[in-house]
Design a protein around this ligand. Structure first.
Ligand code: 13P
Ligand code: 13P
Ligand code: MG
Ligand code: MG
Length: 379
């Protein structure tokens, strides 16, 4: 067996340009500086600095395993440095995802999101890194279900002798900090009862049943649960290994041809379609959206990231983008009404407590007696 490699995607929004629409080029340059230094010092093997909307993502390879202090610390220091730069440029929401000022071992609960997995590199190791903006970690549930559970998406589930055994899928309950692993396909229906509610239940890990190998990992931090108040949606990331007993690259990217509805968009308080875009179009602008996803494909070789290939920069996604734009028009026309606006408990912004308080003396109990009074009758 070869040596284990760790792939880490570590991301944060430390300031938007302009508003919440993009990462300023100077911040990307700063991130590059930190990553190049870490590579030179042997902390990491390789890196790619990616972004989606106003979120910067370090895509890293190393041999230190998930949750490693040195890896998390170097990205934390980079994000702090980028935050200073964001302040000096007056960028919007500078330091938005920096929730703590003292690093103590790893990034857990500190604001940045991360998805990490450790594995022995195969002879050929194709990996797709997905980065999203203006949405939440549960946005990956439906695409992951299609990749690993749905034979109408993934032909290999039926015709590949290394895949038809199925997958073990770990689901986290973000509200109660619990997890459970489903044996799929036999427990698909039980799993769907949870993952169909993506605001709370989120797929975290996927493992091949044939080999026990890890196949996918997502970031599951939920800033609103961590901070207890609105500090921006999580804008999640995910990494998926492909081929040879795992879904083929085409089976991994195909689910995004359907721009499903996700929570996020304007002020983190609206439903909108998740639009698959190329890196050059990863700037959510219209009504701060619609929500975006980019897919960066790499071949790993001795831990080196060969790539990326910009997977959604392909004409076969034009129709998904067109449908997403039409869905955006349709939903946007609902204005402040649900289901465009999120249900009361899921909104990241709300005036409800103030409005409720200001009207507290004007709400009358709607009893039969009051109704009769209003119509001038006696009972
Ligand atoms: P593998 O079984 O080598 O993953 O090949 C499947 C494939 O690429 C079909 O599209
Ligand atoms: P971000 O979570 O991407 O910073 O967006 C916040 C927002 O309010 C968009 O309207
Ligand atoms: Mg932002
Ligand atoms: Mg963002």
């Amino acid at each position: 067996m070869g040596e284990k490699i760790t792939l880490s995607i570590i991301k944060a929004d430390v300031g938007g340009f302009v508003g919440h629409s993009a990462v300023h080029p100077a911040l990307i340059e700063k991130a590059e500086e930190h990553a190049a230094k870490a590579k030179k010092n042997g902390i990491i093997i390789d890196y790619f600095c990616g972004h989606c909307g106003d979120d910067h993502a370090f895509i890293l390879t190393h041999k230190k395993g998930p949750g490693n202090e040195e890896i998390h610390k170097f990205t934390w220091d980079a994000f702090l440095d980028m935050t200073d730069l964001a302040h000096s440029l007056g960028l919007y929401g500078a330091g938005q995802d920096i929730l703590s000022d003292a690093f103590s071992g790893n990034l857990r609960g500190m604001g940045p999101g991360y998805a990490e997995m450790e594995f022995v590199e195969r002879q050929s190791e194709p990996i797709i890194c997905f980065l999203a903006d203006k949405t939440e970690p549960g946005a990956w549930n439906m695409p992951l279900y299609k990749m690993f559970c749905d034979p109408f998406n993934t032909a290999g589930l039926v015709i590949d002798s290394n895949m038809y055994q199925g997958f073990n899928i770990q689901v986290d309950d973000l509200k109660e900090a619990k997890k459970v692993t489903f044996d799929c396909p036999s427990e698909l229906y039980q799993m769907l009862a949870f993952i169909g509610a993506p605001g709370r239940f989120v797929i975290k890990h996927v493992y091949s049943k044939k080999t026990g190998e890890i196949a996918a990992v997502t970031s599951t931090q939920r800033l609103s649960f961590i901070a207890g108040k609105y500090v921006g949606k999580d804008d999640p990331v995910m990494a998926v290994r492909c081929q040879s007993g795992l879904p083929a690259v085409g089976e991994v990217v195909n689910p995004f041809a359907f721009p499903h509805l996700v929570a996020g968009w304007m002020r983190g308080s609206h439903h909108g379609p998740l639009m698959p875009v190329s890196m050059k179009d990863d700037h959510p602008t219209r009504f701060d959206g619609p929500p975006r996803v980019v897919a960066l494909g790499f071949q790993l070789k001795d831990g080196k990231l060969v790539g990326p290939r910009d997977m959604f920069a392909d004409v076969s996604y034009d129709r998904a983008r067109q449908i997403a734009n039409e869905m955006a028009d349709y939903l946007k026309a609902h204005g402040p009404f649900e289901p465009h606006r999120l249900p009361l408990d899921d909104m990241e912004y709300t005036t409800m407590p103030i409005v409720m308080e200001s009207l507290k003396d004007r709400w009358e109990t709607d009893t039969e007696e009051n109704k009769a009074k209003a119509s001038g009758k006696t009972i």
